[in-house]
Design a protein. Structure first.
Length: 142
């Protein structure tokens, strides 16, 4: 309301009206804090209530603002980051798949396998073999 009055006053004195912007998402500081917290704590249980309290909003507002700011719901966003981390660990380490699952905050190897296969079209072990062969071939040509 105050912004609307200011915009009208500026328009009356000959200035250009400023567009009223209300995205419904998080403020930049909130988005940055959320992103940082999630990426630093992927291996732990991330609770929506905890993150909402961290950025000082209600649970329902957090859910709406998260979807608006990150273009997907909280659980899907976290899962996509966990699967991306798993993919990177599979390519860059020789850690057992069960350890990769735990390092990504997933409950166990079957959980990782099911989600990974759904997302990337192959189970983690097959995906690792295929990509390690591609990496070895690239290293030989370099």
């Amino acid at each position: 309301e105050i912004r609307a009055k200011l915009a009208r006053a500026i328009q009356l004195v000959g200035g250009a009206p400023t567009p009223l912007v209300h995205s419904g998402g998080f403020a930049p500081w909130q988005s940055k804090r959320i992103e940082t917290h999630i990426s630093q704590n992927l291996e732990t249980q991330l609770r929506l209530d905890d993150l909402a309290a961290m950025v000082r909003v209600s649970r329902s507002h957090f859910s709406r603002a998260f979807k608006k700011s990150f273009r997907q719901c909280f659980s899907r966003y976290v899962m996509s980051l966990r699967l991306e981390r798993a993919r990177m660990l599979l390519v860059n380490t020789e850690a057992p798949i069960s350890q990769v699952a735990l390092a990504c905050g997933l409950t166990d190897q079957p959980h990782l396998t099911r989600l990974f296969h759904r997302e990337y079209g192959a189970p983690p072990n097959a995906w690792r073999r295929a990509h390690s062969q591609m990496r070895q071939a690239a290293e030989k040509t370099a």
